[in-house]
Write a protein that binds this ligand. Structure first.
Ligand code: PLP
Length: 406
């Protein structure tokens, strides 16, 4: 049995800040001086309701969420949102444009990785041929089958008045992200999106694996942003939603006009009206997430983490490039599309990957094995991975390269 903590580079659930975990352990016994542990307390108690509201304001202030958007807490992970965004935004479209033919209620999916593809598959299951692909990055990959790039702006084709436009900002499995630099060719093509009357966009972003790690470009223009907590901000079990208020629609009225009925627990309106307390929420996850958000604020908020995450990623990419030059490593993602949060590469040579993983584990580092669907190595550098942690990995990578060449 391990006697001390290791450095956890896992992709999620992932590392959490240790000072927060220590504090949370106290809250498990006695939450905010109630004399009751957080896992035993009523979600309707005034102490918990106040904590929830405080967690919401941490997200609002740190991410600069405008008053046009509600912040909601729910369960079911990103996966439940693959269904919820379809159902809520098709309902909204039905109410906004009741006279449109069904096949005009399109849903445009931008596919840059495995999670976007999973969301698209669910949209097809629920909405049939109305779900369409605006761009498929595999067409522009080195091998025609992998997700290894963000396509250039000229490659996107959006429909005229879609019910939703969907993208995944950071692809956790494939290690692909849209560039945060709006002038980069691999940035998200905000300027190309078809707008509704009044200039609104039905834009949905899955931000599960980059949430709270850096600012969200064009946040105020999104219809829905969603993120599971279990990468950067907390334990699994909590999903955070940022929903523009015109997307809080009467889903039952939409169903009467022919929209797919929406289960109440997936309806954004239900969540908003109940202030995220339609049913018992994942209190422990919310508690730890609230503590993480407070800790983030103390350290300097999003600006601090953006700079830190950029530095950590640059160091690891530099180590990969150095290994590439001598034929030991092979980066998987095309230049300009590499994620800061999940960095993927191969180790060349028979048995070399197993040696790398065993050596890393011996040196106190875990969670470096790539996703089972793509293999290779994946280094997840979420907020709780410190720069010192990343430095230890980089030193290990450098040593591995020099030993492979000696
Ligand atoms: N979207 C992204 C980008 C993810 O990384 C994941 C999980 O890792 C999901 C969605 C699915 O999340 P969940 O397992 O919480 O349903």
């Amino acid at each position: 049995m391990a006697t001390s903590r290791v450095i956890n580079f896992g992709a999620g659930p992932s590392a959490l800040p240790q000072p927060v975990l220590k504090k949370a352990a106290q809250g498990l016994l006695n939450f905010n001086d109630t004399g009751i542990g957080i896992a035993e307390l009523s979600h309707r108690s005034k102490e918990f309701v106040a904590f929830l509201s405080n967690a919401e304001s941490h997200i609002r202030t740190q991410l600069e969420v405008p008053p046009t958007h509600s912040i909601l807490f729910t369960q079911g992970g990103g996966t439940a949102q693959f269904s919820a965004v379809v159902l809520n935004l098709l309902s909204r479209h039905r109410l906004l444009f009741p006279d449109l033919a069904d096949d005009e209620r399109t849903m445009d999916y931008v596919l840059t990785g495995s999670w976007g593809k999973k969301a698209f598959d669910e949209a097809k299951r629920l909405g049939g041929a109305r779900a369409r692909v605006a761009v498929d990055a595999r067409k522009y990959s080195k091998d025609n089958v992998s997700f290894d790039n963000v396509p250039l702006h000229g490659e996107y084709a959006f429909s005229r008045a879609p019910a939703l436009i969907y993208y995944c900002e950071n692809e956790t499995i494939d290690g692909v992200q849209f560039s945060p630099d709006p002038t980069a060719p691999t940035s998200f093509p905000f300027a190309l999106l078809p707008r509704e009357r009044g200039g609104l966009l039905p834009l949905v972003g899955d931000h599960s694996s980059s949430f709270m790690s850096r600012p969200i470009p064009h946040l105020g223009e999104h219809a829905v942003i969603f993120a599971g907590a279990q990468k950067n901000v907390g334990p699994a079990g909590l999903t955070i939603l940022i929903v523009r208020q015109d997307c809080l629609v009467d889903v039952d009225a939409a169903a009467k006009l022919g929209a797919i009925p929406v289960p109440l627990c997936l309806s954004y309106t239900t969540l908003a009206q109940s202030k995220s307390l339609h049913n018992t929420p994942s209190m422990l996850s919310i508690y730890i997430t609230g503590l993480v958000l407070e800790y983030m604020k103390e350290l300097g908020g999003i600006a601090y983490y953006e700079a830190l995450n950029r530095r950590k990623a640059e160091k690891v990419y530099a180590a990969i490039r150095a290994g590439e030059e001598v034929g030991v490593f092979q980066g998987k993602v095309q230049s300009g599309s590499g994620s800061w949060m999940n960095i993927v590469f191969n180790i060349l040579g028979d048995g070399a990957e197993a040696r790398f993983l065993a050596g890393a584990e011996k040196a106190g580092m875990k969670g470096l094995k790539g996703h089972r669907s793509v293999g290779g190595i994946r280094v997840s550098l979420y907020n709780a991975v410190t720069e010192a942690n990343a430095d230890i990995l980089v030193q290990f990578m450098e040593k591995f390269v020099s030993e492979a060449n000696s």
